[in-house]
Design a protein around this ligand. Structure first.
Ligand code: ATP
Length: 324
C-alpha cells in the first residue's frame, strides 16, 4: 500500500479533524502518501481530491467541523456510483481509504471494499448510535455543549419558576438525552428507546411529576426530550394549559454539532485515525474501528453493521431515580 485517502461523510461531528490529522500524520510516519477527499462520497465522484500533508492539518485539532467538509451523496448508493468511485480511487493511486462517518457511510465503505479498495471505517457521529462501539467521535463534545446550554436555560427557568423542555439531538437514539439529563439533574428524560408511542401518557406523567414537585416547593422542572419523542413546542403548550405553570421549549439544534472538541474526543479520534492507518498498513480491508471494554479494536464492517445495541437500562433507571 502506497497511497491512502481519507474522507468525512454524513453528519459532521466535533473531532473529525483530529481523526483526519492522525491519518495524515501517522500515514506519513508509515511512509505513505495521504490524500484528502473533500465533501464525502460526493467529492470522490467529483474528484475533489487534495494532497494531505501534516502541514495541511496543522492548527486543526482544536477546531470544530471537518476541514474536509462533509456531504450526503445519493449517487453513491447506486452500483454505478460505487463502481465509478472505485475507479476514481484507482486512477488517483488510492489503494487504501479511511471513511469517517456514521453507519450509512459504513455501507458505502463496505461497497468500496468489495470493489477492491482496501477500506477502513471510523465511527464519527455525535449520536453514539453505532452498535459495534462504545465510543463515537463527537459524542462527548456534543453532550458537553448541550449540558452547558441546559445549565444556562435552568438559571433563567428557575428565576421565573418555569418548566423547561429542552430538545436535544440523537435522531433515533437517546444517548445524548440520557447523558445530558443525568449530567444536568433533569426531572424527566424522554428517549425513543423507552417511548411506546403513547404521547398523552408520557405528558400526563410529566404533568403529575411537575405538580408533585411544585407542591414540594421545587422552583424549576427540566425535561430533556430526545428528537423523535413528540414535538417539544406543542408539548410545552399542553403542559402549560394543564398545569397553569409557564412552560417553555427550547430546541438546541445544530449548535450541538459545533464547537471545539473536548480532550476525550480529540484523543480518542486521534487514536482511531491512527489505528485505521495501521490496519491499512497491515493489509486489512472492510474493517471498522471501535472502542470496547477500554480498548481500541476492529471488526468486520458487515459484522459491525449487523449488531444492535440498547440503552443501558440500569443507567436509565438511575437517571429517573435521581430526577424523581
Ligand atoms: P450520520 O449518522 O451522522 O447521519 P451517516 O454516515 O449514517 O452519518 P448517511 O446520510 O446515512 O449518514 O450516509 C452518508 C452517505 O453514505 C450517504 O449520503 C451515501 O453517500 C453513503 N451511503 C449511505 N448508505 C449507503 C449504501 N447503502 N450504499 C452505499 N453508500 C451509502
Amino acid at each position: 500500500i502506497k497511497t491512502i485517502g481519507v474522507l468525512t461523510s454524513g453528519g459532521d461531528a466535533p473531532a473529525m479533524n483530529a481523526a483526519v490529522r492522525a491519518v495524515a500524520r501517522i500515514g506519513k510516519e508509515r511512509g505513505l502518501k495521504v490524500k484528502g477527499i473533500r465533501k464525502g462520497y460526493n467529492g470522490l465522484l467529483n474528484e475533489d481530491i487534495i494532497d494531505l500533508t501534516p502541514t495541511e492539518t496543522a492548527d486543526t485539532i482544536f477546531r470544530g467541523g471537518t476541514i474536509l467538509f462533509t456531504a450526503r451523496c445519493e449517487e453513491f448508493k447506486t452500483e454505478e456510483g460505487q463502481k465509478r468511485g472505485a475507479e476514481i480511487c484507482k486512477a488517483h493511486g488510492i489503494d487504501g481509504l479511511v471513511v469517517i462517518g456514521g453507519d450509512g457511510s459504513f455501507q458505502g465503505a463496505k461497497k468500496l471494499a468489495a470493489l477492491g479498495i482496501n477500506t477502513i471505517a471510523v465511527p464519527g457521529t455525535i449520536d453514539l448510535d453505532i452498535a459495534c462501539t462504545e465510543y463515537t467521535i463527537g459524542f462527548d463534545t456534543a453532550v458537553n455543549t448541550a449540558m452547558e446550554a441546559i445549565d444556562k436555560i435552568r438559571d433563567t427557568s428557575t428565576s421565573h419558576e418555569r418548566c423547561s423542555i429542552v430538545e436535544v439531538m440523537g435522531r433515533g437514539a437517546g444517548y445524548i438525552a440520557l447523558w445530558c439529563g443525568m449530567a444536568t439533574g433533569a426531572e424527566d428524560i424522554l428517549i425513543p428507546e423507552s417511548f411506546d408511542g403513547n404521547l398523552p401518557k408520557v405528558e400526563q406523567q410529566i404533568i403529575e411529576h411537575l405538580l408533585r414537585n411544585r407542591a414540594k416547593g421545587k422552583t424549576h422542572h427540566m425535561v430533556i426530550n430526545a428528537e423523535g419523542v413528540g414535538h417539544s413546542y406543542s408539548m410545552a403548550k399542553r403542559i402549560e394549559s394543564a398545569t397553569g405553570i409557564e412552560t417553555r421549549a427550547t430546541i438546541l439544534g445544530h449548535m450541538q454539532r459545533g464547537g471545539s472538541p473536548t480532550a476525550k474526543d480529540r484523543v480518542y479520534a486521534s487514536m482511531m485515525g491512527a489505528y485505521a492507518v495501521d490496519l491499512l498498513c497491515a493489509g486489512k480491508t472492510n474493517r471498522v474501528v471501535g472502542y470496547q471494554n477500554g480498548r481500541f479494536m476492529d471488526m468486520d464492517i458487515d459484522e459491525g453493521l449487523a449488531m444492535t445495541k440498547d440503552i443501558d437500562e440500569y443507567q436509565l433507571q438511575i437517571a429517573h431515580l435521581l430526577g424523581k
